[in-house]
Design a protein around this ligand. Sequence first.
Ligand code: NAP
Ligand code: ZN
Ligand code: ZN
Length: 393
Amino acid sequence: MTPGRPVPPPLAKPLPGNPTRLDPHGSTQHAPSATARPAAAYGATASDSGLVPLTVARRAPKDDDVEIAIEFCGLCHSDVHATRGEWGTQNYPLVPGHEIVGRVSRVGAGVDDFAPGDLVGVGCMVDSCRECDSCLDGLEQYCENGMTGTYGAVDSRNGDAVTQGGYATSVVVDRRYVLRVPENLDPAAVAPLLCAGITTYSPLRHFGVEAGDVVGVVGLGGLGHMAVKLAKAMGADVKVFTTSDSKVAAARELGADGVILSRDETSMAAADRSIDVIIDTVAAPHDLNPYFRTLRRDGALFQLGLPSGAMPPVNPGALIRRRIAYAGSLIGGIAETQEMLDFCAEHGVVSDIEVVGAGQLNEAYDRMVAGDVKYRFVLDTSTLGTPSEKADA
Ligand code: NAP
Ligand code: ZN
Ligand code: ZN
C-alpha cells in the first residue's frame, strides 16, 4: 500500500470519429438527417414540488453524439440534495439521474466507437473543456473550467441548454462521455456503478489499496455498500461503521470483516488505530474526529458525502499526531470509470438494488433519507410513459 499513490495513467482516449460506415446488413448506422426527439421524464419543478411527470427536449444527435434509449437509472442521494434545493439554487424544471444504463438508439456521423444496440452507460458528467490539465490527464471531473454535470448544468457546447438527467426515456451525449457496459452483468444492477461505484473506486485506487490493507467504510448506503464490495474485490480487510443496528448482519452478508456501531463508544474505542484508509459516505453533518482516532499512522480519510449543513470542526491534533490525511474525492474520470466497469465485470461486482417504477420515486426519496434502502433504488424507465408533444424542459 502506498498512501497517496497517483492513479495509473488514463486508458487510451477514444479515437476521433470516422465518416459514416455501413453495418453488416448494408444499412447505415447513422442518422443522416437526425431529428430531435422528446423524452418522457420525471423531475422537480420547484424545491418542494416532489417529482412529477415532465417531457424533456433531447437534441438531434450531432456528429459526435450518441442517443441512448435509457433502460435503468439509479437514485443517488445527490439527486435528493439537488432536486430539493439543499445545495442552493437550481435550474427548474430539473430532471435528476446520473446512473444511466441503456442501449444506443442512434449515433452521429462521426461516431465509430458505438453502434445502435450497444449497452452503454452515462455517469455524472456529459462534457468538460477537454483542454485543461485535468481533462488532458483523464480527470475530467476536476476540469479547471468546470465539468458539465449530467443534470442541472449549463451546456455551453449545446446552446447553453440546461442538462436534464436520466429519469427519462432517452438522452443524447457526446461519445467521449459514454461508457461501455459489460454484457455479462445485470444492467439494472450496473446502473449504480456509474456514480456510487466510481465515486468509491476512485479514492480506493488513488490511495493504492491492495490485499492486506484495512479499509473502513462509514455509512452503509448506496456509496457505502459499493465501497465494501469494491474494497473486498481489491483484497482488503473491510470494516463498516454504521449508525444502524439493523445493518450489522447485512454488512457481514456484503462481505465486511468487521462492523462497528459508530454511536457506541466502546465499539469505537476497540477500533482505535486499526485502519489504513476510511471512505466516509455519510450524507448528513457528523463529527469526523472519532474516525481519525481509528486510523493508523499515515492513514487517510476520504470524505465523499456532501451534506447541506456545516460539519463539526476537525481537530488538527488528531491529524498531526499520526500524519493522517483528510481528503475529498469527486466521482472519477471517464477512463477510470471504464476501468471500474471492467473491474466489476471481472470480479462480478454489481449493486444490490430495489427496482422502482415512476410512481414510487417520491416514496423512494423519503425512504433513502430515512436510510431505509438496501442499498440502491433503480428506476425502471419503461414505467415513465410517453412524452407529450411540447417539452417542459
Ligand atoms: P445514502 O444511500 O443515503 O447513504 C448514506 C448513508 O449515510 C446512510 O445509509 C447511513 O448509513 C449514513 N448516515 C449516517 N447518518 C446519517 C444521517 N443523519 N442522515 C443520512 N444518512 C446518514 O446516500 P449515497 O447515495 O450513498 O450518498 C452519500 C453522500 O455522498 C451524499 O451526500 C451524496 O450527495 C454524496 N455523493 C458524493 C459523490 C462524490 O463524488 N463525492 C458522489 C455521489 C454522492 P448507516 O445507516 O450505515 O449509518
Ligand atoms: Zn450520484
Ligand atoms: Zn477541462
